[in-house]
Design a protein around this ligand. Sequence first.
Ligand SMILES: *Cc1c(COP(=O)(O)O)cnc(C)c1O
Length: 358
Amino acid sequence: MSQIHNFSAGPSILPKEAIEASIEGLRNFKNTGLSVVEISHRSKQWEETMEEMRQLIKSLLHIPNNYDVIFLGGGASHQFTMIPQNLLPVNGKAAYLKTGTWAANATKEAKFWGNVQIVGDSEDKNYNYIPKGYEIPSDAAYFHITTNNTIFGTEMHHIPDSPIPIVADMSSDIFSCPIDIEKYGLIYAGAQKNMGPAGVTVLIIRNDMLGKAGREIPTMMDYRTHIKGESMYNTPPVYPIYLSYLTLKWLEGIGGVPAIQKINQEKGHVLYSEIDRNPLFYGTTEVEDRSLMNVVFRGIDEKIETEFLKLAESRLISGLKGHRSVGGFRASTYNALPLESVKFLVETMQEFEKSYQG
Ligand SMILES: *Cc1c(COP(=O)(O)O)cnc(C)c1O
């Protein structure tokens, strides 16, 4: 099989080694003779894996001891409602930065639980920048941000100092660069962009955040249930956790977060440079807010876009078509995407330019 260059935005590329190892785990998990999806989640072998996964995340991101790491089934979207249910006091207020579709969805759900103050909003320019110079109200319970806007291709390269705890949706850039954990009260990320397959969401919660909302929370919706139960109050999504674990072992093996950050920066540099140089393409976002995970760009007219997409697909470049709300192209350059794939895309853009003129 020829190599496919997978630029898909999510679900997205995972390290081949991790997928291979997970197939072995499906056949015979830790030499138990059972599949990882057949063995009891209360078995010693699985409980060990859960504990290693927790420790691995703590070590990769340098998470201090006053934070808990938990794994919940369901996507990041489910957290849009669990977060205000747990953190937003009855009659209280939360502040949200509206930087894209996912941030807007988070805002919408928070309104079911309390007052929401939008402190910054870039919808006026189809979310092609990160708002700056806004004020974070000190009387809100938390300040919600989306560190990387997967659809529009912007990323917060500077996290503001905040008088209130920051709650961050890091679904599409967690593990791509170091995180100053102490700036956050809560971090969450759905797995299927940069960590594993769909089906699990990881949460990192500072332990003074909970128990302040002043409302009754049903058991399954209460973060404290899952912290106390070490993410095994009920059956966890075993396979998504396992493949995420193997993906993070791969990351640890290549040098961890600082090492992958260098590679991600190089990939971004190579691709954005070509977008800026090539007269047939242009980037759609403010340069200072460009995402290193989702590179969004367009061709200068529709015919160029149609023809380039055809050429790219014929060369086994997959997942390049842009989201319908922006059009054009989106090249997702998550951790597992090799630099070679980015270079191949750039060569294809250069050859397209030559053939188009000649
Ligand atoms: C994909 C994505 C989501 C939604 O994730 P689901 O797991 O599909 O609910 C939320 N936030 C961001 C930033 C995303 O990229």
